[in-house]
Write a protein that binds this ligand. Structure first.
Ligand code: URP
Ligand code: ZN
Ligand code: ZN
Length: 477
């Protein structure tokens, strides 16, 4: 199958030009001006942006959590992602305590295989790493294409690991070329604060935020960076939510430490006041870290502009309001933590970032696609438009406006965190490894179109960005 995308404005993290793209099979085979060869299909992208497919490096499909399971499975969640212009997700497999890490990976392979609309990969959540299991991590890195691991400083008794385990995993990551993703929040102190609140009869959703102070997050970030330095490994802070935490990342990057961080749309567009909604609606926004005071949003945008934050992922972890969030009706600590967003990320960030004059269109591509590809071993197969790269391409209508609503979204969840938000910038046609899976807004793919992608070891030369940050600061881009 040969497809020609004609007349589009091709945007990568560094390029911005008009041209045509020839796709042969699953990859890009030629880029040029006014290409005229015979093909099976021509897509006219005149007036549109042609960008690399989005990469969402943080999703939780079909995840058992908080006494229930996230509402999107790999089929519904990846279909929704495709609608939003995302062509690859990196989801999280979970090792339960005492379980073999190989067995855990196998379980997640079975959950996803044959179901996805787009390509997918896995990080591994490690909850238990005695010395005898370190060989399992090596096998994941060297044979299974799983080159990143998430560790939790939060959720004691469930997912939390101690500092010795963190150091052990980071040492191994340093040795083997893997990345440690850190949920950086001091969960032990947070649990004490939660106990105090509940004893005082404070049970409403707003106490989710009031019992998770920003200091608990910045302490976690500080500790994660310090342990990474001792182990000589890189560290990637997930779902960074606030200025207190960002400051720790900034300080370390200024000293040349290999710390990377993502934030998420919820921290850029929503704030703590959402917990005050009537009729338990605040529960819709119970996610971890909690939404913060609004002034943090500007700081996070600055962090994205200055490259202290390199990635925007969603932490998509949806629970239905009616059936699942109600588990915490009488006790905020029992509300399943997480919210939906995989479908909305590209439009929200384009609208808030590029239309909102906070970031360039190249930076938009970089933080939604190129950087996650580079940081997690997918580049240059994914994350750019180049000869030889996978033909994961979005024809993006930068002028079109839509209103986000649960009534029209494709995520299997009964509310939207962004209900009524008008956004400019919409994925019109989405190509996943050469196949059109969204055609003018209509799904044309099928479950099983997506493949598992083995990722390479982490190349720290990508994203080693202290100098870049200074250059960007001077050029004002
Ligand atoms: O609230 C959240 N973030 N739920 C998903 C689990 C996690 O910590 O990423
Ligand atoms: Zn987390
Ligand atoms: Zn998460």
């Amino acid at each position: 199958m040969k497809t020609l995308i004609k007349n589009g404005r091709i945007i990568t993290a560094v390029d911005d030009y008009f041209g045509d793209i020839l796709i042969e099979g699953e990859t890009i085979s030629m880029i040029g001006k006014e290409l005229t060869m015979e093909v099976d299909k021509i897509i006219d992208a005149k007036g549109k942006l042609v960008i690399p497919g989005g990469i969402d490096a943080h999703t939780h499909m079909d995840m058992p959590f908080g006494g229930t399971t996230s509402a999107d499975d790999f089929e519904s969640g990846t279909l929704a992602a495709a609608h939003g212009g995302t062509t690859t997700i990196v989801d999280f497999a979970i090792q339960t305590k005492g379980q073999s890490i190989i067995e855990a990976l196998d379980i997640w392979h079975k959950k996803a295989a044959g179901k996805t609309a787009i390509d997918y990969s896995f990080h591994m959540i490690v909850t238990d790493l005695p010395h005898e299991r370190t060989s399992e991590l090596k096998r994941l890195i060297n044979n299974e294409g799983v080159t990143s691991f998430k560790l939790f400083m939060a959720y004691p008794g469930v997912l939390l690991v101690d500092d010795a385990t963190i150091y052990r995993a980071m040492s191994l990551a340093s040795d083997q070329g893997a990345m440690i993703c850190m949920h950086a929040e001091n969960g032990v102190v947070i649990n004490e604060i939660i106990d105090q609140a509940l004893k005082a009869g404070k049970t409403a959703p707003k106490y989710h935020a009031l019992t998770r102070p920003t200091k608990a997050e910045s302490e976690g970030v500080n500790r994660a960076i310090a342990i990474a330095e001792m182990a000589g490994s890189p560290v990637y802070i997930v779902h960074l939510s606030c200025y207190d935490a960002l400051k720790k990342v900034q300080e370390a990057r200024d000293l040349g430490v290999n710390v990377f961080a993502e934030t998420c749309p919820q921290y850029l567009f929503l704030d703590q006041s959402y917990y005050d909604k009537d009729d338990f609606e605040g529960a819709k926004y119970v996610m971890t870290p909690a939404l913060r005071e609004k002034w943090n949003q500007n700081e996070l945008w600055t962090g994205l502009r200055m490259n202290d934050l390199q990635v925007v992922s969603t932490d998509h972890c949806p629970f239905c309001f009616k059936d699942q969030k109600q588990l915490g009706k009488d006790d905020f600590s029992k509300i399943p933590n997480g919210g939906p967003g995989v479908e909305n990320r590209m439009s929200l960030i384009y609208n808030g970032g590029v239309v909102g004059n906070r970031i360039s269109v190249n930076r938009f591509v970089e933080i939604t696609s190129t950087n996650p590809a580079k940081i997690f071993g997918l580049f240059p197969k994914k994350g750019t438009i180049a000869v030889g790269s996978d033909a994961d391409i979005v024809i993006f209508d930068a002028d079109k406006k839509v209103t986000i609503s649960a009534a029209t979204h494709h995520m299997r969840v009964d509310y939207s965190c962004y209900e009524g938000f008008e956004v400019q910038g919409v994925a019109e046609t989405v190509i996943s490894r050469g196949k059109v899976v969204i055609d003018n807004g209509k799904y044309t793919g099928k479950a099983g179109d997506g493949n598992f992608v083995k990722r390479s070891r982490i190349n720290l030369n990508y994203g080693q960005a202290t100098e870049v940050r200074r250059e960007m600061a001077h050029s004002g881009s």
